[in-house]
Every structure is written in C-alpha cells, then in structure tokens.
Design a protein around this ligand. Sequence first.
Ligand code: ADP
Ligand code: MG
Length: 451
Amino acid sequence: MLDLGTVLETVIDSAVEGTVVVDANGIVVFLNKAYEDILDIKREDAIGKHVTEVIDFTRLHVVIRTGIPEIGEIQQIKGRNMIVQRLPILKNDRVIAGVGKVIFRNEEEVQDIIHKLETKVKYYESELKNLFEAKYRFNDILTCSPKMTELKKLAEKVACTNATILIRGESGVGKELFAHAIHKASPRASGPFVRLNCAAIPENLFEAELFGYEGGAFTDAKKSGKIGKFELASGGTIFLDEIGDMPLALQAKTLRSLQEKEIERVGGIRPRKIDIRIIAATNQNLEDMIARNKFREDLYFRLNVVSLAIPPLRERKEDIPLLVGRYLEKSCRDYGSPLKTVQPETMAQLQSYHWPGNIRELQNTVEKMVNLAEDNVLKPADIPKNIRGEHAAFEPFEQKLKNRTADTEKELLSSALSATKGNKKKTALLLGINRSTLYDKLKKYGLRYHH
Ligand SMILES: Nc1ncnc2c1ncn2[C@@H]1O[C@H](COP(=O)(O)OP(=O)(O)O)[C@@H](O)[C@H]1O
Ligand SMILES: [Mg+2]
C-alpha cells in the first residue's frame, strides 16, 4: 500500500518553495528543507515554537485568526524581500492550521520572470503592430489628374489633424489606399491602423468584434474575454470600411462611443477610455440611406466632418496610361517575364472602356493580359473580350453622348441645390421633379445635399 502521508511529506520537503505549517495556535509543526535553508536554522529548533519567534515579519498567526488568505505579498526575511503566500487551512468552517510559503526568495527571481514575460509581450506587441500597420503612403497613390492631385493635397492637409474623415467613391477607386496614407501621414503614424470591414462581419458578432467582451459575457465567450477593434486601435486609427453596412443598432452604440470617447465591452461593468481617430469609407449613398431610415443621420454628421470623394477612373482617364504602365511593370516582374509594352491602339481602347471596377479592375486586366499575351507588345486583341466588348467600335460615340447628357444633368442639379442651399424639397420643386426622382439622381451622380 502506498503511504500517501510519506509521499506528500517528501514532495513538500523536496519542493523549492519554503513551506511552514503552524497549528491553530500559531505553533510551528512543520518546516521543509527549503525553509531551513532560507532561515538558516534546523527544523528541530523551529518546531514547537510560536511562528513569530521563528520567522521575521510573519503574518501567519494573523491569517489563522482572520481566516483570510494572503497571496503574493512581499515579506522581509533575513533582510531580503521575498514573495510569500499565507493560507488558512479550514475544516468545518474552523481554522485548524496555517501554511506559509516562500514562492520567490528574492525580487530578482520575480524580476527575472517579469523580464521574460515582458520580452514575450513586447514581441507580440511588435507582431501585432505589423498586423495593424498601414501599408501605403501618399506617394503610392499614383495620379496625374488635376482633380485627384487636389484631393491628395486636401487629404494630406487633414491627415495632420485629428478630424474624422469620410471617404466616398465607387468600389476599387482607392478608398482604402487613402485611409492608409492618411494614417501614415498623421501624428498617430506610430500607433496601430486597424481596419474593420463592416460588410464582412455577421450581424450577431458585430458588437463583440467592435467593442470586445468580458470573460463569461455569453456562453461561447472565451474565458479571458476579447479586446474589440476600437480598443485595439487606441493610440492609432480605426478604418471603418463599408460603413453603410453597419447594422442600425450598432450605429447608435458606435455614435455614443465616438462622442464619449469611451467604449463598453459586452458584459462589461465600467466604460474604458479610448483615444482613436476615425476614418470611414463607403461606396453607398448615405444620404439616400438616411432618407430610407437605413443609416442614422446623427452618425452621418459625426463621421462626415471631412469628406473626400474619390472620382471613378472613367472621370480621370489621363490616369489610365500611368496605372497601366505601373501594373505592367509589376506584373512582368512578378512573372519574371521581360518588360512588355502596349500598342497605342491598345491603350486607346483601354482608355475608352468605362471601368466599373475602377483601378482594381484595371489591375486585374493588366495582369491577365501579361499572363496570356504571347508577344511582348500588347495588341488590342490581347484585351480580354468582356472589356473590348462587341460594340467597342461604337462605344466612344455612344459613351460621349451619354457623358454629355450626364454632365449637363449634373450641372443643373448642382446649381439648383446651391440655389436652395441644399433643401431637397425646394430643389425638387425648382426642377419640377418629384423627390424620389431627385434622390435617384443625387445618388447617381454622387452629389451630397449638405453644401
Ligand atoms: N491611385 C492609385 N495608385 C495606385 N494604385 C491604386 C490607386 N488607387 C487604387 N489603387 C490600387 O487599386 C486597388 C483597389 O484600391 P482600394 O483602396 O482597395 O479601393 P477601394 O477601397 O475604394 O475599393 C488596390 O490594390 C490599390 O492599391
Ligand atoms: Mg475597399
């Protein structure tokens, strides 16, 4: 039969932590080898004495009286600070003994562990920073269009402030690129850049993702809780991409956080301060969404402090050769093929296409052409069919006509809007169209009604 008593005594005796046991009166009944070493006494000399006679600054006699454990306390023993723990041993609600333990013999030992942990934490922090670091600068935004150059200037100017920015524009025009560049050029550049794509999060996970949760907040929650994106971005910038897809209920909570500059974790009891800069982006017409009660007007006003509207590629066709050149270079380098060039006729056709997917589509198209073309000079026939289109030859004229009509219509709308100072009801009256038609047209031309 295993003699458990002997086994336990051996375990305790060979432990590196000093261990002392006292009875309910504070008389020492056991002292292990490690504690003998620490105190530099023999066990026989300690046993039978009151603990205060044996150990400096002990509080074990207090613990057996109060019944309250003391964990991780600093105690001076033999002139050195040690980390100790004192536990009452209870039986039927009565203290029958007390155990004192020296967990670390000196602060250096603790410092050592703290140092190890700190190294690890620092490593994770830097890894995390990589993960949440802005990748692009203003120099990466290629353009030779006057409109875009102006926009870049404006963005660079507001980057230095803490102002909230709303970036608008069709998909693939470079909204995210701008957000990165703004962060990089801001005083927060060394802080994190955290992106949250509001269109990619299931509604039921949204709140936890954004605000985090406390351990045990709900059944599937991690024990340790979770930091939300708002908290992660503290000291830096949060980029709320596709903000138009944020659920209404979350819009209210988000607005509150932005105003109070603090967040409340799910299941949390007290708010936490956050220090963030917000950049939001959308390709949706928020004004229209407000009119249809799909977006909160108050959040819209809070976000739309500075508005950057990035024009679609078809409105800055002068950028097409520049971008084609850059992506040709990049694709050829990536595929290890010699540098390819495009025939003027090919470029002309690329410039006459309307690029609904904007720069992202252009990027993919050039990559495809580099991949498929046999020759080093890209001919019109190398342009993917869907882009050449069956009516490619007629497109320039048709397109021109459409553009002219659209330009005129847009001008009329703009001047009516400024005449009425953005009042939609008056604008509709003035133009002799009904309000929903007006909304459709404002949406179509990306016109803002707050001027
Ligand atoms: N002016 C530009 N110069 C160079 N690359 C650009 C430019 N605008 C966009 N891009 C590239 O096009 C792609 C789409 O840009 P992105 O910022 O993701 O667009 P959005 O967020 O508006 O959908 C990215 O690969 C981006 O690097
Ligand atoms: Mg995007």
